[in-house]
Design a protein around this ligand. Structure first.
Ligand code: GTP
Ligand code: MG
Length: 215
């Protein structure tokens, strides 16, 4: 099956849920207290879409200010960046916009950008409207999705949307395992507990994650 390596990087304030999103995608689990990321961590996860396997090489960066200077090491050369904010924290949404500017400033202009408003399970505490975020995402030609790592909303859909936006390249043929199969007509679910939408994500047996802390 055709295999494509995709370097992807998650950016955003500390505590918005970057690590939780990655864990939900890779292992389909949620850890109540994953601990703040130090430097960055790396995971790999395959996703099958229309007979193509996308091997996501995921760099989960640390949101704490003291690590910001390291971020370009992880987003440089990335095919995609997921800029995450917390829908219950307006300040994290402002930071997300700063991350987009920083990407541009460092010459990341061709990468697919996805804006992810995480913690959409916490509707009562919402500070950022989906309408505003959607308008902003449209203005920068980014994908927009609200997610919940906690209750598993729109996580595979986020990565599928990115795979669908990647420019075509020549494929190599290899065998694959460690996959999640998605149809090409995947659509995102409305936040937060809706089961509507045409997503047909299927986790294939046990997912083996490759995880190694960089620091
Ligand atoms: N309610 C809710 N809480 C979440 C969600 N995702 C993550 N959290 C919680 O938010 C806190 C921070 O999550 P992390 O995944 O560590 O955040 P991070 O962005 O990786 O933070 P840094 O590593 O410091 O940059 C943890 O207590 C998580 O349990 C979510 O979807 N909903
Ligand atoms: Mg983290």
């Amino acid at each position: 099956m055709a295999l494509r390596d995709v370097k992807i990087c998650l950016l955003g304030d500390s505590g918005v849920g970057k690590t939780s999103i990655v864990w939900r995608f890779v292992t389909n689990t949620f850890r109540e207290n994953p601990g703040s990321t130090i430097g960055a961590s790396f995971m790999v996860k395959n996703l099958v879409l229309d007979s193509k396997t996308f091997r996501f090489q995921i760099w989960d960066t640390a949101g704490q200010e003291k690590y910001h200077a390291l971020a370009p090491m992880y987003f440089r050369g990335a095919a995609a960046a997921i800029v995450v904010y917390d829908i219950t924290k307006e300040s994290s949404y402002r930071s997300a916009k700063e991350w987009v500017k920083r990407l541009r400033k460092h010459g990341v202009t061709d990468a697919v950008i996805a804006l992810a408003g995480n913690k959409c399970d916490a509707e009562d505490l919402r500070e950022v409207s989906a309408k505003d975020a959607q308008a902003y995402a449209d203005s920068i030609q980014a994908i927009f999705v609200e997610t919940s790592a906690l209750v598993a909303v729109n996580i595979p859909e986020l990565f599928t949307s990115i795979a669908q936006r990647l420019p075509p390249i020549n494929d190599n043929s290899v065998d694959n395992d460690n996959t999640v199969n998605m149809t090409s007509r995947t659509s995102t679910k409305s936040c937060c507990f809706s089961s509507s939408g045409s997503s047909t994500a299927k986790n294939k047996s046990t997912i083996e994650a490759i995880l190694k802390d960089v620091y």
